[in-house]
Every structure is written in C-alpha cells, then in structure tokens.
Design a protein around this ligand. Structure first.
Ligand code: BF8
Length: 653
C-alpha cells in the first residue's frame, strides 16, 4: 500500500484511526505499518515444520537460476520449493476446515442438548427446515415429536465429524455430475476430522512430498468444510435460531449510542449472542441499566457473530474485521464480548486506553489480559445475565473522551437460500426458475459470490466496493457473506434502491421487479454453504448445464486474510467455481504449485484459482469467465430478449 493512500474508504474508520492516534491507542492499521510482511513467508517459501529449519528456499526476485542452482534450492531435508509451498497451502486449508468444523461440531452438540431438554431457554424455531432435513437424511418423521426427530438428526450429523469411512452425507445434495467428479478424482471426503487429521499428517516432515498429491488431499479436506462442517453449522443454526428472511438494519460505528450501555458481540458462534439479544431487552436488565445512569442497552455486532444476529434479528452491525478495535476507540463501549475466531489480541491493549472490558466467553479462546466469563449453554439465561450486568456496571467508568462517528447506513439482509427461492418463485412454486430464466434471456449476465475478510495490507473495503460495483454495473448479481457483505452494507449497496443507482439495466429491471438489492447478504462465512446450495439449485432448475462448473458464475475474496478464506476458496474451486483472490497469494514462490492451482486443476474439477490485486481487473476476470460459460451454454446472444418456452428449455438441457 502506498504511504499516502487512505487506509480505508470508510469515513468512520478514518475518523477513529485519527482518534486512536490522538489517544495513544494502538490499532491494527498502525501495527500493519510497523510490522511488514516477511516476503519469503508471504510467497510460501518458508518451511517451519521441523527443527532443522526454518528453511527459506526463495529465489531472489527477478533472478534467473541455473539447473544446478535450482537443484540446490531446497530445505535441509531436501524438500523442494513445490513441496514446501503445497504443504503450507494444505495446512492453511486444514486450519480453516478445522475452525469451521469445530464450529459445526459445537452446533451439533448444542442441537442435541436442546432436543434432550438440556439447554433451557432455547428451542427449535424452524420446524419446516427440521422436517426437510429429516427427509434429506432419511430420518423417520411419523408422529414423532420435533425433539425425537432432532435427536436422530443431531446424532447423525455429529457422527459426520468422527466418521472414518464412506462419504459425507451432504455430498448427495450436489448435482450428480459433481458427485461423480469427486468420486472419480478420489476427493469425496470420508469424515470431517479424518480429512483434517490426514492433511496434518501428510504435511508433517517426511510424509507426502508430491505437490500435486498434497493439493489433491487439500481439496478433499476443503470439501469436508464446505459440504461438511460449515454446511452442518448453517443448517443446524437455521433450525435452532430460525432461517433468515429479509430484515432491515443499520451498519457502521454510528450505531453505537452515547447515552446507552453499548455491548458489542464479536466472533462466530451465535448461541451466546442469541441469548444476549433476549436478555439485554428484559425489563430487569433495562431497569438495571437505568439505575446506573444509562437510558438503555444497545447491542451491536462485529464480524460474523454480527452477521448471524443481523440475519435473524436485525441487530445493527458496528463494523467488520478491521473495525473491531476502532469500536473501542469511540470510548463508548462498555463490553466487547467475544467467542471464537477473528478476534484480535490487540483488543486488550486498545481497551487498556479506555474503560472497555474485553470479555472472553469460550473455553477454546481465552486472551491474556481479558476477563474470562465462561458461557454455559446449560445455564444460558443466567450466565448471559452475568455478562450483561458486568457491562452495565462498567457504564459508570466511562471517561469523557467519547466520540462516536456519525456514520451509519441502512441495509437489508436475510437472504438465505430458502428466502431467495421464495422471493423468486413465491410460496407455492418457490424455485430458482425466474433467476435461471433471466440469466438465459440475458437480463442477468451471471452470478458472483464476493466474500471474505478485510486485510490491512490493502485499503479497507476499497477492493470490495470497486469489485462489487463493477460486477453489478455489468449485470452480475452479487451474493455476499462475511466481512465483505458488511463492506457493501456500509456503502449503501444492500438496499433495493441501489439497483437503479448502480446496476446495469437488465439486473436493475429484475431487482426492481422482485424488490431485492443487486447485492444480497447471505450471512456469515460459515454460510458460504448457502451459495453452494443456491448454485446447486440453479443447476437443478435446468437450462444452465448439469454441473456447478457449467454455471455463468464466479467467486472472489478481494481482501482475504484468514486460513478459513483459503479453505472456502478451495472448496469453491473443488466444487467447480472460478475463484479470484486479491491482496496477496500464498504460493507465489512456486511456479509449479501456482500453475497447478491456476490452470491444471480446472481439467480435474472444473474450477480454478486466479490472483489479481486490482479489484476492477479481477471483476473482469470473473465477467470474462461468466461470458465464456454463457457461450458454452449457447446463451451468449444477449442483444434480443427471448422468452423461453418449455421446448426451448429442454433443448438447452
Ligand atoms: O469468518 S470474513 S475476517 S469475521 S474469516 Fe473473519 Fe474473514 Fe471476517 Fe467471519 Ni470470515
């Protein structure tokens, strides 16, 4: 990033970066300046998996090497740059899959606890989705209670983690052709944990030392995330907490309130946040807040826990990943309550400059210097009340140095797969047919998933905004999750009026007719599985080929930073999707590995990676791919609008 380039496109973020400087508080933007990335590690050329190293096998940039020099450019054990690069990449996938998998496992256990009456305060909210899942999994419904059915489902899904043989149950949700591809190439995952464990074993010193083999095993591991751990998480959360439907809310640091107790919930697993939404609004807690001089309690979200709360309850979002410390810099946050993943340790240091309490709640994610208050799901209302009271008690400790940026934007979220189905087709004939028809007739050029994180190595939210605007201007409908969805929300792209303002004519017409924004918020990162299911539904509704790889569709993460993002990208590639990442690429140090991921892999799985730091150019890589797929389907003549009758659709199929 050039020195003078603004660190963010978001005025609230810029305002708080300045305030942090004035207050002497350190935040991620400053740390990113003082700690530059290691160029050898960034390219995937550093091997640190044993004590003979770390071995750095980088070829100095711009240098040509002789065959002899190349032969010698290996680690102490002889590991080649390809092995080292592929091993590092596979380990990123394993870590991402483990994170989503552990989230899914906790949800499966929680679901069982609810069904067995061991988690008072929670219930099964979406009976329809429960019964649909029972049908999908072959669980008997009959005249059994929801709880009895849920116990069978919960046990089946929990078994997916430790399963040693066979295939994951949800693989059969994919198009048949996709399932055949997975089987043919030996990448149908057996169980979730075994794929993660095997990936870690393969990447141990002296085990798998064939880069192609490592990357193939990595793909199987990633599929255990997308069609396993993450999908289990999404489905169970919908059943317990409700499947999202459109909801209006607001986003950015301006949602914090000067005269109320501000509690931020941050992380990924929503069981505590769900209970907090109830407890924080009880008369008892509101009265308690008033007794301390506050007018009420204001709950706001950060990162993916925020997305979960937004999607189901319309709880406002304080911001995305790079804004977590900046919320504290306002001086108005009584408690930052965190669970797991994407929680910066720097929060504690920032909080030390203000009165904010950083409260960890999960036994797997403690932070030195934070207050740990373990959340007990078996005693959820009481344990949540203790946390909320701690936040209220802290209101009296606020200093005078309070500044809440006056920036917040309206957004509509809640576009689950079921909701899109319903909005497009109506309650009695819900389907993706109208979407497919509008793709076939050319009003909509294609569909793009733009997801992922923020990364301080690239200006905050800039890549997302440029890419998404370019896509919708070119009639590409955009589906979003995670921190990129929040970036679009802040920029006003997630309201229906955005269609007329930013979308191309065809996409705008469809959005206006259906009443949806041109950019749809589908949830947290774990909910990227909703995009897999939406893509599968498009295939199944006909007219757009017989596999996900045939769809005029593409994926991107312009500002990614986490290992979870690599796992997600790899499961999209392994599901047949062309996927473009920005900011940095972790295998640049090995041409062979990069070529395999960017070219060869397409012949096997129908999907491949690309890397492009310019978001507009990246958008055009996606559009070119979409056009290529349109041409292959014979629907590339977008000039005239043709109304397809059944016979014509059958011909296309
Ligand atoms: O899982 S998008 S920064 S918050 S990793 Fe993290 Fe990235 Fe945000 Fe959600 Ni996803």
């Amino acid at each position: 990033m050039a020195e003078k380039e603004p660190k963010s496109i978001d005025p609230a973020t810029l305002e708080m970066i300045e305030k942090a400087k004035q207050d002497g508080a350190r935040v991620v933007f400053e740390r990113a300046e003082s700690t530059r990335p290691c160029p050898i590690g960034a390219d995937g050329n550093c091997c640190s998996i044993c004590a003979m190293g770390p071995c750095r096998v980088a070829l100095p940039r711009g240098k040509e090497e002789t065959a002899e020099e190349r032969r010698k450019r290996v680690g102490v054990c002889g590991a080649t740059p390809e092995t080292i690069s592929a091993r590092n990449f596979a380990r990123m996938i394993a870590a991402g899959t483990a994170s989503h998998g552990d989230h899914g496992r906790v949800m499966a256990k929680f679901f069982l606890a609810i069904a067995r009456g061991e988690a008072p305060g929670y219930e099964i909210k979406d009976e329809q989705k429960l019964l649909q899942l029972a049908l999908d999994l072959g669980v008997t419904i009959g005249d059994r209670s929801n709880e009895e059915i849920a116990i069978d489902i919960g046990e089946l899904l929990l078994n997916e983690f430790g399963k040693q043989e066979g295939e994951l149950l949800f693989l059969n949700r994919a198009p048949l052709k996709r399932q055949e591809i997975w089987r043919k190439h030996g990448i149908a995952p057996r169980g979730i944990d075994i794929e993660v464990a095997e990936a870690m074993h393969r990447t141990h010193m002296g085990t798998d030392q064939d880069y192609r083999d490592l990357l193939i095993a990595g793909t199987r591991t990633a599929l255990a995330d997308g069609w396993g751990g993450s999908m289990i998480g999404t489905d169970i959360q919908d059943i317990i907490f409700g499947t999202p439907s459109p909801v209006l809310s607001q986003i950015n640091l301006g949602v914090l309130k000067e005269d109320e107790v501000n509690i931020i919930i941050h992380g990924h697993e929503p069981q505590l946040a769900e209970m907090m939404a109830i407890v924080a609004q009880t008369p008892e807690m509101i009265e308690y807040a008033k007794s301390k001089g506050a007018k009420g309690i204001n709950l706001a979200g950060m990162c993916c826990t925020a997305n979960e709360m937004l999607m189901r309850h319309g709880v406002p979002l304080a911001g995305n990943f790079l804004q977590q410390e900046l919320a504290i810099v306002t001086g108005a946050v009584e408690a930052m309550v965190v669970d797991v993943q994407c929680i910066m340790q720097g929060l504690v240091d920032t909080a030390n400059c203000y009165h904010t309490k950083v409260i960890t709640t999960d036994s797997r994610a403690k932070i030195q210097g934070a207050t740990h208050m373990g959340f007990e799901e078996h005693n959820a209302p009481e344990s949540t009340k203790t946390i909320v009271k701690t936040a209220i008690d802290n209101f009296v400790n606020r200093g005078k140095n309070i500044r809440i940026p006056q920036h917040k934007t309206h957004m509509v979220a809640g576009f689950s797969h079921e909701t899109i189905n319903y909005l497009l087709g109506g309650m009695f004939r819900s389907s993706y047919r109208p979407l497919n028809d509008n793709i076939i007739n050319g009003r909509i050029r294609g569909v793009a998933g733009v997801v992922g994180c923020n990364n301080p190595r690239t200006p905050h939210d800039v890549g997302n905004l440029a890419m998404v605007k370019e896509l919708i201007k070119n009639d590409v409908l955009v589906l979003q999750t995670g921190c990129m969805a929040m970036a679009s929300g802040k920029s006003g792209l997630m309201v229906p009026e955005a269609a007329a303002k930013y979308a191309g004519k065809g996409l705008a017409e469809v959005c206006e007719t259906v009443g949806i924004p041109p950019v749809l918020h589908m949830g947290a990162c774990i909910d990227n599985t909703r995009i897999l299911i939406a893509a599968t539904s498009m295939v199944k509704d006909g007219g757009l080929g017989d596999d996900i790889s045939d769809l005029p569709a593409a994926g991107a993460a312009p500002e990614w930073m986490s290992e979870k993002a690599i796992a997600i990208g790899q499961y999209f590639v392994g599901s047949g999707v062309f996927t473009v990442f920005g900011t940095t690429w972790p295998t640049t140090g090995s041409k062979e590995v990069t070529d395999f991921l960017f070219k060869d892999i397409e012949e096997m799985y129908g999907g491949k990676w690309a890397f492009e730091t310019d978001p507009v150019k990246a958008a055009h890589l996606m559009i070119d791919h979409i056009d290529k797929k349109r041409k292959a389907l014979g629907i590339d003549k977008t000039g005239e609008r043709v109304l397809f009758d059944m016979a014509m659709r059958r011909d296309l199929e």
